[in-house]
Design a protein around this ligand. Structure first.
Ligand SMILES: [Zn+2]
Ligand SMILES: [Zn+2]
Length: 681
């Protein structure tokens, strides 16, 4: 009556039998046909980075996606079944640089931008194929591309991107160049997974940024940003809070700033970033802390009373005591006043003691050296006080002209020579190792520096001094921050604490830095006049064509990537000059944030969009996505339609490795998906 049950179970074999049964019976296609036209369940897949093979931590998240979709399919709901691949940005560039043995941005430019961008696209196609195979192996049902056809596109792209090919899609044959065919992946005429490098994804972001610009929310900001000198790019706040710190030890230095009108007296100053001393402008004290004049070995120096034990070594006596507020305005000789950069910026005349409430005495000397061009807080205080800002480093982290013997030196090699120089000048007090949590590049682990740069931002709207509930409709009108918070009210979070986490992020986030000084990614659609500062944000390919005054022929037929799109020039509305696109590419969270529009045909098929938007469910891991994908989806959708892009979001904890840490390929604690599925007992 029953089939005999074997007492030795080979699970791997069983899995293969099941996969084979699904294949033979065409089960997935039959399921879709069965539910077609019934009530919808709209699931939007958060794109996986197509940059490496999957780890088991990826498979874990994909299992949730599969379970929800299968359950809803069994309940008879029609679904889109579209997987997503995240394709653009620094993560892909870094891997291609490694493959090619490139060390700096110069290597990329020497290789050729068009060729480099092609290599990046090829890498994405390769790993999209690998991840597709792996997902099929784990039994994940989606409308998958044939992995071999992705590899074929990869090969063709490397041979001749302009070659005309024909692919048979769900609605019939599609003919286009290889480059454009790759740019059309995921569109309904080709089916399969969506790719964030697609034309539609890029142009829909252009539409969103145009809407932002119409609200006056796009601006170019001069700010001091965390900066990776190896990648040559600013790192956003979002990226640092997620995974950007390491415990590191650096030499810190105590040194003297001689006071100009108080002979024989100095300020004792401390810093953990000696390179910034070259760009010193002021010294800050706390107005309410007591400061003492210490005499030691025939020298006298000021520091806060509470810092004496920590800072001073050897015997000393105290000669005077005053409140910080009494020190304000004292002028001093800076440690590098002989440098042209100091003199030309006017800093030498400005050097003085300023008051700042943020000064503490728990470490250091209670006197903070201020270099407004080298630190975020220094920059803000400097701006409030009208101080000059000196920017010593170029984008590769090398001292620029104006720094004499330091010009051409890498910032990482500068501490030793700077100590020697200060020793020669007789103002070095002592050097001491200091261990602190220091920001590093989340991609390449280079230690970050803070650098004065021009970057592009979306204005999130000032934070008002009152709870969200009391913000008026009128106040919301000009503030994206509160509009996004409105949208969040219509969403359900599972588990429920996610709601507060997201609201908390929205309350406190800074403006969104959307630019990166890199090569492969969204071409930010900003054309900026170098003569007058006028800029325009272009919202579509058609608008660009209408405004183009040069370079259109060079661009036509290409996907909207560098370098081809850079050829197109428009005219300045203000004075008629010929204007180029800014060279920056976009933050990749713009790419993933727009998918509730780009993949649901917002620009081309409003009825389809209305049918599938918003998603009934999205699911990804926390905590990172509160600041990344959930946030960027909410922000982009609020910009587009002032609505939430999803009704419900299920979040799950990060999968930890045996060592109790999150799995990272680079930490060596990740388990490769293939190891897990092919070598199970
Ligand atoms: Zn880096
Ligand atoms: Zn102009």
């Amino acid at each position: 009556m029953f089939e005999p049950v074997p007492n030795q179970v080979d699970f791997v074999e069983q899995e293969h039998e099941m996969l084979d049964f699904w294949r033979r019976s065409d089960a997935f296609r039959k399921l879709r046909a069965l539910n077609e036209g019934r009530s919808t369940f709209s699931f939007i897949d958060g794109p996986i980075t197509a940059n490496n093979p999957m780890g088991v931590h990826h498979a874990w998240g994909r299992t949730y996606k599969d379970v929800f979709q299968r359950y809803k399919a069994m309940r008879g709901h029609d679904q889109r079944w579209q997987n997503g691949f995240d394709c653009q940005g620094l993560w892909v560039e870094v891997e291609v640089e490694k493959d090619q043995g490139f060390l700096t941005k110069r290597d990329i430019e020497d290789h050729g931008l068009a060729e480099f961008v092609t290599l990046c696209k090829q890498r994405v196609l390769e790993y999209a194929a690998v991840q597709t195979e792996q997902s099929i192996r784990m039994g994940h049902w989606m409308d998958w591309n044939d992995p071999d056809s992705l590899r074929e596109l990869k090969a063709l792209l490397g041979e001749d991107p302009t070659r005309i090919i024909t692919i048979v899609g769900p609605d019939g044959p599609v003919t286009d160049s290889v480059e454009q065919m790759v740019g059309r992946l995921g569109l309904h005429e080709l089916g399969g997974s969506y790719f964030t490098f697609s034309n539609e994804n890029n142009y829909t972001i252009w539409t969103a940024l145009k809407k932002c610009h119409e609200q006056g929310w796009i601006y170019k900001g001069r700010d001091v940003m965390p900066w990776c000198s190896r990648c040559g790019t600013g790192i956003s706040q979002h990226e640092i809070v997620t995974e950007g710190y390491q415990e590191l030890t650096h030499p810190s230095i105590f040194l003297r700033f001689p006071l100009r009108n108080r002979p024989g007296e100095d300020l004792l100053v401390w810093t953990t970033t000696p390179w910034t001393l070259t760009s010193n402008v002021a010294a800050a004290v706390h107005p309410d802390l007591p400061y003492v004049l210490v005499e030691q070995a025939e020298r006298r120096f000021w520091l806060s009373k509470g810092a004496v034990d920590n800072a001073v070594r050897g015997s000393y006596s105290i000669r005077d005591e005053r409140l910080g507020s009494e020190l304000a305005g004292w002028t001093y000789d800076g440690p590098f006043d002989e440098l042209p950069a100091q003199q030309e910026s006017g800093s030498v005349e400005v050097h003085r003691v300023v008051l700042w409430d943020e000064v503490g005495e728990a470490e250091g000397t209670g006197i903070v050296h201020m270099a407004p061009g080298c630190g975020a807080e220094d920059f803000k205080l400097g701006r409030d006080l009208g101080l000059p800002a000196i920017a010593p480093l170029d984008q590769g982290g090398i001292f620029v002209a104006g720094f004499d013997w330091l010009t051409g030196t890498r910032v990482g090699d500068s501490a030793g020579p700077i100590f020697e120089n200060l020793e020669d000048k007789g103002i070095l007090y002592r050097v001491e190792d200091y261990t602190h949590r220091y920001p590093v590049c989340w991609r390449c682990h280079e230690e970050l520096v803070f650098r004065l740069v021009d970057e592009w931002f979306i204005d999130m709207g000032e934070q008002l001094e009152k709870p969200y509930e009391q913000v008026t409709a009128e106040e919301k009108e000009t503030r994206l921050r509160y509009q996004i918070m409105d949208a969040v009210q219509d969403t359900r979070w599972i588990p429920a604490f996610g709601f507060e986490r997201e609201m908390d992020w929205l309350r406190n986030m800074h403006d969104w830095m959307i630019s990166k000084k890199r090569y492969y990614g969204l071409a930010l659609p900003i054309w900026e006049c170098q003569e007058c500062g006028w800029f325009q944000v272009i919202g579509s390919l058609e608008e660009l064509k209408a405004r183009a005054v040069a370079g259109w022929d060079e661009f036509e037929g290409h996907t909207p990537h560098r370098p081809h799109v850079d050829a197109v020039k428009i005219r300045c509305d203000s004075r008629g000059a010929t204007v180029s696109r800014i060279p920056d590419v976009g933050n990749p969270w713009l790419d993933a944030g727009i998918v509730a529009y780009s993949t649901l045909r917002y620009r081309t098929d409003p009825a389809y969009w209305a049918k599938w938007f918003p998603a009934d469910l999205i699911t990804e891991s926390f905590p990172g996505q509160f600041r990344n994908w959930f946030y960027s989806m909410l922000a982009m959708s609020t910009i587009m339609e002032r609505r939430a892009p999803f009704r419900a979001v299920q979040t799950y904890a990060t999968l930890y490795a045996e060592d109790g840490r999150a799995m990272h390929k680079s930490w060596g604690n990740a388990i490769e998906f293939n190891d897990a599925v092919f070598f199970v007992l």
